[in-house]
Design a protein around this ligand. Structure first.
Ligand SMILES: Nc1nc2c(ncn2[C@@H]2O[C@H](COP(=O)(O)OP(=O)(O)O)[C@@H](O)[C@H]2O)c(=O)[nH]1
Ligand SMILES: [Mg+2]
Length: 434
């Protein structure tokens, strides 16, 4: 998402490099590129116009000081304005009531049921909450089944009854109170278009139970129409936030840049895969940095923190520093890395990832599995002291792992290179390649 737009903007800014100061003429090309980039990403026309004007005005009035060169200053202004456009501060989810009630609304197919599961998973993992999912989309039997399947997959309770929606939700609240649930997520029905009947049902639920969060789930790939949908729901329900789904792949994502400015409704999360962990908190600052290819280290850190065993990581870091990191440690690192999910997704978030071509790297999970198989076929002693590996041992390992001797050699060589690099990094002699 946003990659193409980000590249265009970054390129435009590059041209300002080397110029002594910011003048209307110096930045006019960059301003035009930014304007086109935003329009192509399907950002609302009015929003683009205001954004471009704001950046221009700020840039022309800015003092080029000692610390920032004109291009750095300009990029800072663009970044700050992007952050503004994306909504300024991160607006977290209400989590402190007991039970906190969250109602998901939206058109059919926008991703409500999937997002209900993702949120339940997130709340349990991140906030340690005991969540109850409520099946309130009763018009399509398949919808209830879908939520139940998700509940089973996540091992999270799904409340469902053969009653009217209003009765289901009030029974669900009683059930949650009796069962010590901290959080209730109501998966409501959607329509292809906003209609009276749907709105009335949602308003009835709202009046009866006053959910703490009323979140619109919206397909982020649907373009400008999304704004009308958001406004339509908001007029009736006074939304507390929205979640943009399907922002994976090549989605243009311009909606993300228009929502806050046009509707004042905060984006709380974005969905970026069909899987249950495909949900990210929406931090405007991090998003702006990703658009400008400044990377999203904090998101990486938060992912790593979720899955990595901290003590083990510390132990390994110390060994890396000392240069005593061996294949046994490498195997344990590999196992932890695997928990992070596809590596491509992590590489993409590194600073200058696009410049280094890391956004298009594809890593075959099989390669990692082969590496693991090879190391596993070694004895403990061999893992600790790879230098004892001579021809006959290598042959045994190749046989045991079903790989070739060449592959065993390649792995050993890569491991040596990696060890060398670690030493450099920890001794401070390592320079990033840009
Ligand atoms: N790629 C992708 N697909 C999603 C995402 N969220 C939902 N989907 C898919 O969109 C389709 C509709 O989702 P569903 O939750 O049933 O929508 P609902 O009708 O609003 O409940 C399903 O095939 C989901 O797997 C997302 O963030 N990314
Ligand atoms: Mg559904």
């Amino acid at each position: 998402m946003f990659e193409y737009m980000g590249d265009r903007i970054s390129n435009a800014i590059k041209n300002i490099k080397g110029m002594g100061k910011i003048t209307e003429e110096n930045i006019s090309d960059a301003m035009r590129e930014i304007r086109i980039a935003l329009l192509e990403a399907d950002v609302n026309y009015q929003v683009v116009k205001e954004f471009v004007n704001d950046v221009k005005e700020k840039a022309l009035n800015a003092e080029v000081g000692k610390s920032l060169k004109p291009d750095e200053l300009f990029i800072k202004i663009v970044k700050d304005e992007l952050v503004n456009l994306l909504g300024g501060d991160y607006v977290p989810l209400e989590v402190n009531k007991k039970p906190t009630i969250l109602m998901l609304v939206g058109l059919q197919g926008s991703g409500k049921t999937t997002t209900a599961g993702k949120l339940a998973n997130y709340l349990r993992k991140k906030h340690n909450k005991k969540v109850l999912l409520v099946a309130a989309d009763i018009y399509r039997p398949a919808a209830i089944e879908q939520l139940k399947t998700i509940g089973k997959e996540l091992n999270i309770n799904v409340f469902s009854e053969d009653k009217k929606v209003i009765d289901i939700v009030s029974d669900a609240i009683n059930f949650a109170n009796e069962n010590n649930n901290d959080y209730i997520i109501i998966d409501t029905a959607g329509r292809l278009q906003i209609d009276e009947e749907l709105m009335q049902e949602l308003k009835d639920i709202d009046t009866l139970i006053h959910p703490h969060e009323k979140i619109l789930v919206i397909d982020g790939s649907m373009g400008q129409d999304a704004i009308n949908v958001i406004t339509g729901f908001n007029e009736q329900l006074d939304l507390t936030g929205c979640i943009l789904t399907k922002l994976d792949g090549n989605t243009k994502g311009g909606v993300a840049l228009s929502v806050r400015h046009l509707t004042n409704i905060p984006i709380k999360f974005v969905g970026n895969s069909e899987k249950m962990d495909g949900l990210s908190e929406f931090y405007p600052e991090r998003m702006a940095e990703r658009i400008l290819d400044m990377g999203d280290i904090l998101e990486i850190v938060s992912k790593v923190e979720d899955v990595i065993d901290e003590d083990e990581a510390k132990r390994q870091a110390i060994k890396m520093k000392k240069g005593t990191f061996d294949l046994e440690d490498f195997l344990s690192t590999l196992k932890q890395i695997k928990k992070l999910g596809p590596l491509e997704n992590i590489l993409k978030m590194l600073p200058q990832a696009r410049k280094m071509g890391l956004n298009n790297v594809s890593i075959d999970p099989k390669d990692l599995a082969h590496v693991e198989a090879i190391i596993q076929s070694m004895t403990k002693e061999e893992r600790r002291k790879p230098e004892i590996l001579k021809a006959s041992r290598k042959q045994r390992i190749a046989k045991g792992s079903g790989r070739s001797v060449e592959e065993v050699n390649r792995l050993l060589k890569q491991f040596d290179t990696m060890k060398e690099m670690m030493k450099k990094v920890s001794s401070g002699n390592f320079k990033m390649p840009f």
